[in-house]
Write a protein that binds this ligand. Structure first.
Ligand SMILES: [Fe+2]
Length: 241
């Protein structure tokens, strides 16, 4: 019974996007299957992590946001969503059943939601890649390149500073735009995240950064202390104007 309901919901979303039945693209073209392929290709090193970032962002640029919202059942997902006072809350996304799409994907997929002025606090990553699509609202988005790392600091360089609007996307990897920082700029804001963990056959790690304590180094680089998550949330979880 459940399966029937799910496939009807899916058909409904495909119909709504394509207008009429005869124009429905073969399901192998479905964005979720392409996404899955990019992640499998990264896992087997058939593509580089930067290619993975580019392919996902190109894919998102081609799809109507409405189609993604329906496919992940966004309205259902955010029913009763508990917005924390500091930082963000997440919910796991489950894709509807689709031929060619494994029930358990090799990537993590979640939505991240927050109230105005709350943040996905500034942090860098090791052995990880992730892509982020703005599903609702808008955010002040900053990225930095990771230049070097020691026990307690990251040496970083600003790469992106913009207002990310509905339907826009961003991504991180060890190679490109490694550090990110989102602050909600609308009453509520949500991202859809696709996350690849433990790349390079190593465990992933996250480094929360004290950007306000950054020390200017030559060539526009910043030497930034790392923070434990509690301290970082306290300082960056809610933006004070
Ligand atoms: Fe992140």
């Amino acid at each position: 019974m459940m399966a029937t309901v799910t496939s009807f919901a899916l058909m409904d979303s495909l119909f709504a996007f394509n207008g009429i039945a005869s124009k429905i693209k073969p399901l192998t073209d479905h964005w979720s299957i392409q996404l899955n392929e990019f992640c499998s290709d990264l896992r087997t090193d058939s593509i580089t992590v930067v290619q993975w970032q580019e392919k996902i962002e190109e894919l998102y640029a081609q799809i109507e946001l409405e189609e993604i919202l329906k496919f992940i059942q966004f309205e259902q997902l955010i029913k009763g969503f508990q917005y924390p006072d500091l930082g963000v809350a997440t919910r796991k996304v489950t894709f509807p059943k689709l031929i060619g799409l494994p029930a358990n994907t090799i990537y993590v997929k979640k939505i991240f939601g927050m109230k105005k002025d709350r943040a996905i606090i500034p942090h860098g990553h090791s052995n990880m890649a992730s892509a982020h699509l703005i599903l609702k609202g808008e955010m002040h988005l900053r990225h930095y390149e990771k230049i070097a790392q020691d026990e307690q600091h990251l040496l970083i360089k600003p790469s992106i500073d913009k207002i990310a609007k509905l339907g826009e996307s961003s991504s991180i990897s060890d190679e490109k735009d490694n550090i990110h920082w989102f602050i909600a700029n609308s009453p509520t804001a949500f991202t859809f995240d696709v996350i690849m963990l433990d790349l390079n056959n190593k465990l992933y790690d996250i480094h929360n950064l004290d950007i306000y304590a950054a020390e200017d180094v030559k060539n526009g680089m910043l030497r930034v202390p790392m923070l434990d998550v509690g301290t970082a949330l306290e300082k960056y979880g809610k933006h004070h104007h």
